[in-house]
Design a protein around this ligand. Structure first.
Ligand SMILES: [Zn+2]
Length: 264
């Protein structure tokens, strides 16, 4: 077998920079670990802009401009146009993050669920219109999400930082949704995820870091960066009783097929 190659299917290089790790450093650490392609995501206009600049700067970096439900409001029509324009960028490989977040944070209000669903429907229509896949954020909203997806135009869809159990994974797989697992898959407390990942066939199974969050075991709690997707891949290989080479090869080809990435 040759060298291990991996792709980080989802991260936030801009937020990593804000936490003190320059993108140049993150990209070169990733390259050294065999992570030759990185998909960095934007959640808001400022982040989308920074993600575009990073994708224009580094050969292996692609970006997905989005509108996170935690913005707490729908984009204005000017913001929607700007998002649409970004999707025409040659290095914009999907629309996202978009999605539903019903998680109650301390003292924080949840954005109206109905408004979240209607924005998501609009975003799925936009993705269909521009012919790009979509990257979904979902928290405490699994079954509502499937309902919205079922009622919207079908576009290739990835559930980023998969959360849920085997039943939700099966429901996702039956709809051919791609399931992307982050470093929390490796946490000792993640019994649900350990079962869920077994329900996902290799062609739908992606790996991501969601950097700067969720550094995998044994670096849990530390700053997460794209190179660490290799730890999650190694963990998954032992969980599945497979060679790391094979897990890496399969997740790479699933990720490249989903985002239509050229060979590195
Ligand atoms: Zn993310």
């Amino acid at each position: 077998m040759g060298e291990i190659q991996l792709v980080d299917a989802h991260c936030h290089l801009d937020e990593l920079e804000q936490r003190g790790m320059p993108a140049a450093e993150a990209v070169s650490a990733a390259t050294a670990a065999g992570v030759l392609q990185i998909v960095t995501s934007g959640d808001s206009p400022a982040e989308n802009h920074r993600a575009r600049v990073l994708a224009e700067t580094y050969a292996g970096v692609y970006f997905t401009p989005g509108w996170h439900p935690n913005n707490g409001r729908a984009p204005s029509s000017a913001e929607r146009r700007a998002l649409r324009d970004l999707l025409d960028h040659p290095r914009a490989v999907a629309l996202g993050e978009v999605g539903l977040d019903y998680h109650q944070r301390d003292g924080g209000a949840i954005w109206d669920r109905g408004e979240q669903r209607s924005l998501l429907r609009g975003m799925l229509e936009l993705a269909a219109e521009v012919g790009k896949p979509v990257v979904i954020h979902q928290r405490d909203a699994a079954w509502d999400l499937l309902e919205v997806l079922d009622a919207s135009p079908r576009v290739p869809t990835m559930l980023h930082c998969f959360s849920g159990g085997a039943d939700f994974a099966q429901a996702a797989v039956s709809r051919e949704l791609h399931c992307s697992f982050a470093g929390n898959l490796t946490f000792r407390s993640a019994a649900e995820l350990r079962e869920a990942v077994l329900a996902v066939p290799p062609e739908l199974l992606l790996l991501e870091t969601d950097s700067p969050f969720l550094a995998p075991h044994p670096l849990r709690g530390r700053l997460c960066h794209p190179a660490l997707v290799r730890l999650t891949a190694s963990w998954l290989a032992s969980h599945l009783g497979m060679e790391l080479e094979l897990v890496a090869e399969r997740s790479c080809s699933a990720t490249r097929a989903f985002f239509q990435l050229p060979p590195p």
